[in-house]
Design a protein around this ligand. Sequence first.
Ligand SMILES: Cc1cc2nc3c(=O)[nH]c(=O)nc-3n(C[C@H](O)[C@H](O)[C@H](O)COP(=O)(O)OP(=O)(O)OC[C@H]3O[C@@H](n4cnc5c(N)ncnc54)[C@H](O)[C@@H]3O)c2cc1C
Length: 435
Amino acid sequence: MKTYDIIIVGAGPGGLGACLKASSLGLKAALIERRTRLAPLTRACSEGLLHDEFYFGDSVTINKERGAIDFKQTGFSLSYTGKTREVSSLINVSRSGNRMKLVRENGLPLHLVFDKGRYLEENLERAIQAGTSFFPNHNVTGIETSPDGVTVHTDKESFRARFLVAADGHNSLCARFAGFNRERKFYGTLTADCWHITGFEPEETAHIHLLEGSDDPSVFCVCPRVEEGEWSVVISGFARNLEHQKRFEQVQNKSALSKYFKKVQVIRRSACVLNLMEPLKNPCRDNVFIIGDGAWFGQTSNTHAALTGAKAVECIHNALQNSFRGDEVYQPYRNWWTGNFINYLKVPGGANMFELLTANELDEFFSYMPNEIVASMEPKKAQQLLGAFFQKLLPDIQSKNPALVQKIAAIQMQPTDEAWQEKQQTGFPVSSIVE
Ligand SMILES: Cc1cc2nc3c(=O)[nH]c(=O)nc-3n(C[C@H](O)[C@H](O)[C@H](O)COP(=O)(O)OP(=O)(O)OC[C@H]3O[C@@H](n4cnc5c(N)ncnc54)[C@H](O)[C@@H]3O)c2cc1C
């Protein structure tokens, strides 16, 4: 059986971040991935990058000269030599076409879009060149843990290592096989469909959400792609009977956004089904580290998933160097994870007001909006900025519709973990997954 210091399962952002760190620290690593090619993407993603915004403990900048995505505080760096495109605003549009436009302070782009397929391929190439042994087309089918290491079984062969870094995404089989899901509440199943299209021509290039509140169980968003004139249309939701294609046609033909859809051509489609569970409060034990989306309940993101990989490997390297035993092996990563991820759950305003107000309430709410609102994509800062803005706006709404203000205030106060529990009401938990 092939043996390594570390086995990394999954060549998404998380697994590639782990590989790059492992090779830079001189660890012998195997990367196991069920796909043969990482690009083009088959898993739905809007391919956005939060640029220069503090998020999950660090912020990233693009260094075009070095072809790198740099983490400012950690000093960790990923490769990316492709194009990026600035997206200056996020425009929420209500059913009858009222708008709420969010921009960032000082004219900075709200976020960037990039070519995620290229990003994955470039970092895979770099990891292989640095010494990672890559096993594509290998599907993990089981794992066994023992005090001195982990055995990973795939549909082709088995591998042995001292540690396993499980970066196999939201529906992590490794987390399930190693018993981590027994500790988690199951929130529900999200389905998402993504169409890459041309033929969408709004007045300004922005990330656009069509919001029909609780009247529509799906979230509809159109985001610019890195190539001029191309857009990602993403439809997602928790309801069991969502008909994505029908919804897409309905928005094209009969909605506040219809006028922007001209001669639509679909370039490619991707999709995903995500089983969303409570975040892992303890993502590492028994020689196994669950990282990236596999340990979280939402999206750790295209950048910060990689950071979780790098941080986990740093912790493993430290434990090997110092011959740590028991809990001292895991404590540094556990502390970092808890400090930067788990504490986000306590940010009030985690509930999505745009899903909970009705279409009519959103129409009315947006009718009070000024031309632009200064916002941020960083959850805590967004909360502060929007909180201050709503404080100014609410007296006016209060005088016209006090019930609406009351409803908004109640939604704003709900912590994220409570809000996510509500998804259970609309989702379709598959109990066998949480065993
Ligand atoms: C609709 C949608 C839009 C998004 N938009 C954005 C965005 O704009 N910006 C952003 O930053 N993030 C976005 N995200 C989130 C982002 O895609 C994830 O946070 C990120 O990809 C997580 O990386 P990961 O490495 O943890 O997991 P993944 O990217 O899911 O990678 C997991 C890897 O493991 C492999 N794998 C799984 N099971 C096995 C197995 N049994 N054996 C072997 N290999 C296996 C998979 O093939 C895959 O390569 C979006 C997500 C969705 C669903």
